[in-house]
Ligand binder design. Structure first.
Ligand code: F6P
Length: 568
């Protein structure tokens, strides 16, 4: 395939299209009865077991998907990523989040320069700083140790760190290191988010970490200015130097903001925002909370998957298989959504994080060469931990639309509970559902079965489950920092695989720009109308009408320039 040709024009794509009918004719019940097929659809790596036997796919499908991967030059594209080539062509950047977790002695070049020493220089700085804060060697303006941290950031500067923090919170080792400390996140520009974050925190014992790749994101900068005010109004402006630090690629703007550049933790333009959790974006707040040693284990877990992704043959490669199966579900079977269903409360923020990783990466309308695509890319990702999701949206998954599901289970609970007299432990109760749901989706329940159970005639169709609904299951040995790193990297690379096959640029995000620039126009209007009484102008009828209503109904907001912080 020439580099500018679309993947849908290849014989391999057409072959898969033709194959769809065969698959649609075969119910998963039938596919599941072939033990050899199921055996071939299990893959184990570094303690993780992937069971993809409940995909609507045969070994022939997998062979054809492998051919598609070859037609898409998947191997070459993966190599180009690891070689630091500027594969993010619309931003002229390389894509090297794998370098963020590479062992100290590895060599990963960007523009002919090994970036690994730079990565470790920042990691060492984080280790040193977080140890000083945690030990009380670094104190606040009034001499008190800083035991609480608010990380201010949004999107990729928030969701990944929040996911890892939430996952580590109940891990016994991490929890031990976090005793007496709090980590909170401030993301939304909604003042309610600040109001909810600061109660219970004392500026004297709080460190604010401003996290922004660009240091220009409107929400983050306003929230950072709000917390700067919160600190300086309580402790005086000189306290900012002791209570605010930054993570950014834009150290000039960090300094302009008033944060000492010595207290800034750098990363690089070859790290995409949504791929930045392994940079200082995640490593700094997480090290402050859990200590660097725990976070290093997380990086090692991610690195293990990186090496596997780079070197394993496609048929034994977790992210490659997962990515190809996603392409199969979206582009061939026509299932545009994916449910991420971790049977672990600790993974409650996995789906929100993967939503950004996947949807900001692969929700594109043109090829990497700018050619409009005649096929859809990306998935609509959503999810909730089991069993909560079962009592919410599973009805639709079982009897409504077909949504391919990722079931994620953990062998050993972070916090086991056993009750005398109960049939099973609390974790086994949870896991009973993890094992039951994929089979319920795959096999369903036929009218014949219902009749045998004496279900009344008028309820037969209501109680019938068509089955034939694809899912896959990932079983992790436990949920410690290492496994969390593995899981993160599996999803990151899976998304890249999908984008590489679809022939898009998974590493830019132009789609978020238009809304931002229109908001600038509204912001100017709100200022002019409130402060100078200027009429609403330059908007369409609908926006003008609602804007006017908003301004009129909130005419009591202060006209003079003043500072009011949340009263909570
Ligand atoms: O929402 C767009 C976006 O640019 C994301 O890609 C990014 O993760 C987020 O904003 C935050 O950007 P920054 O880290 O530069 O503040």
């Amino acid at each position: 395939m020439a580099s500018s040709a679309l993947i849908c024009e290849t014989e391999q794509w057409k072959d898969l299209k033709a194959h769809v009918d065969d698959i649609k004719k075969t119910h998963l019940r039938e596919l599941m009865s072939d033990t050899n097929r199921c055996q071939s659809m299990m893959l184990e790596f570094d303690g993780i077991l992937l069971d993809y036997s409940r995909q609507c796919a045969t070994l022939d499908t997998l062979n054809k998907l492998k051919n598609l991967a070859e037609a898409a030059h998947l191997k070459e594209k993966i190599n180009r990523m690891f070689n630091g080539e500027r594969i993010n062509s619309t931003e002229n950047r390389s894509v090297l989040h794998v370098a963020l977790r590479a062992p100290r002695d590895s060599v990963i070049n960007s523009d002919g320069k090994n970036v690994v020493p730079d990565v470790w220089q920042v990691l060492d700085k984080i280790k040193d700083f977080s140890e000083r804060v945690r030990s009380g060697a670094w104190v606040g303006a009034t001499g008190k140790a800083l035991k609480d941290v608010i990380a201010v950031g949004i999107g990729g500067s928030f969701l990944g760190p929040l996911f890892v923090h939430t996952a580590l919170q109940t891990d016994a080792e991490a929890a031990e290191f976090a005793k007496g400390r709090q980590l909170r996140f401030l993301a939304n520009v909604d003042p309610i988010d600040v109001a909810r974050n600061i109660p219970g925190l004392n500026p004297e014992t709080t460190l604010v970490v401003v996290v922004s790749k660009t240091f220009t994101t409107a929400e983050t900068m306003l929230n950072a200015r709000t917390l700067r005010e919160w600190i300086s109004s309580a402790l005086g402006p000189q306290a900012v130097a002791k209570h605010m630090v930054a993570v950014s690629t834009n150290l000039t703007l960090v300094e302009k903001f008033g944060i000492d550049p010595n207290n800034a933790f750098a990363f690089w333009d070859w790290v995409g925002g949504r791929y930045s959790v392994c940079s200082a974006v995640g490593v700094l707040p997480l090290s402050l909370q859990y200590g660097f040693a725990v976070v290093e284990k997380f990086l090692k877990g991610a690195s293990s998957i990186d090496q596997h992704f780079h070197s394993a043959p496609f048929e034994k490669n977790l992210p490659v298989l997962l990515g190809l199966l996603s392409v199969w579900n979206v582009s061939f079977l026509g299932y545009p959504a994916r449910a991420i269903l971790p049977y672990s409360q600790a993974l409650e923020k996995l789906a929100p994080h993967i939503q950004q990783v996947s949807m900001e990466s692969n929700g594109k309308g043109v090829s990497i060469d700018g050619v409009p695509l005649p096929y859809e890319t990306g998935e609509i990702d959503f999810g909730e931990p089991g069993t909560n999701g079962q009592h919410s949206f599973y009805q639709l998954i079982h009897q409504g639309r077909v949504i391919p599901c990722d079931f994620i289970g953990v062998v050993k609970s972070q916090q086991p509970v056993y009750l005398k007299g109960e049939l099973v432990s609390n974790h086994d109760e949870l896991m009973s559902n993890f094992f039951a749901q994929p089979d319920a989706l795959a096999y369903g329940k036929s009218p014949e079965q219902l009749l045998k159970e004496n279900v009344p005639e008028q309820l037969i169709t209501h109680k019938t489950f068509s089955g034939n609904r694809p899912s896959l299951s990932i079983l992790l040995p436990s949920l410690n920092a290492y496994n969390i790193g593995q899981l993160l990297a599996i999803y990151e690379h899976r998304v890249a695989v999908e984008g590489f096959v679809w022939g898009i640029n998974s590493f830019d995000q132009w789609g978020v720009e238009l809304g931002k620039s229109l908001a600038t126009q509204v912001r100017k209007q709100l200022h002019a109308s409130r402060k100078k009484g200027e009429a609403v102008e330059g908007f369409n009828f609908s926006t003008t009408t609602v804007l006017k209503r908003y301004l009129e109904a909130s005419a009591d907001v202060p006209k003079e320039d003043c500072t009011i912080l949340p009263k909570m």
